[in-house]
Design a protein around this ligand. Structure first.
Ligand code: ZN
Length: 149
């Protein structure tokens, strides 16, 4: 049985206390809101997409340590990437946290590997993927807010 405390500690130290890119992006050209009713996590993802490249990305919101850490890592991993590459990273990350036996490209995922422990806690998976679903909605230009339910 994995220990939730260990999982928290690792993530909290790295990203929760100092979330990266935690701000409103004033010159964003895409934006989406996400909500995870199971935990109460709320997030807004801002993007500036230029020629299919995510030139800048930021987020704001309130939520648990995992949702914040995941959003923080998301901004780091997709900034400067093409939209196609960001979707590839999301696919890899999704496999990492939902299919513990899946083969994943750790070079592609970088720090996101730290969230792999979430796979042992099904209710926490929604916290971890919230920012990613919201990112997808922003990329697609969807005006509807996203919910993990
Ligand atoms: Zn949460």
């Amino acid at each position: 049985m994995a220990n939730l405390h260990d999982l928290y500690q690792e993530i909290l130290l790295e990203h929760n206390n100092k979330p990266r890119n935690f701000r409103k992006l004033e010159d964003a050209n895409r934006k989406a809101d996400g909500y995870n009713p199971l935990c109460g996590d709320q997030i807004t993802v801002y993007l500036r997409v230029e020629d299919d490249v995510i030139a800048d990305v930021a987020f704001q919101g309130v939520g648990c340590a995992i949702s914040r850490a995941s959003a923080s890592m998301l901004t780091q991993s997709v900034k400067g990437q093409t939209v196609a590459k960001a979707e590839e990273i999301f696919d890899g990350f999704h496999s990492l946290i939902t299919q513990p036996d899946a083969e994943v490209d750790y070079d592609l995922l970088g720090d996101l590997e730290m969230l792999s422990g979430v796979s042992a806690f099904p209710t926490r998976i929604k916290c971890a993927v919230l920012a990613w679903h919201t990112l997808n909605a922003a990329i697609e230009g969807s005006e509807d807010s996203v919910t993990t339910e």
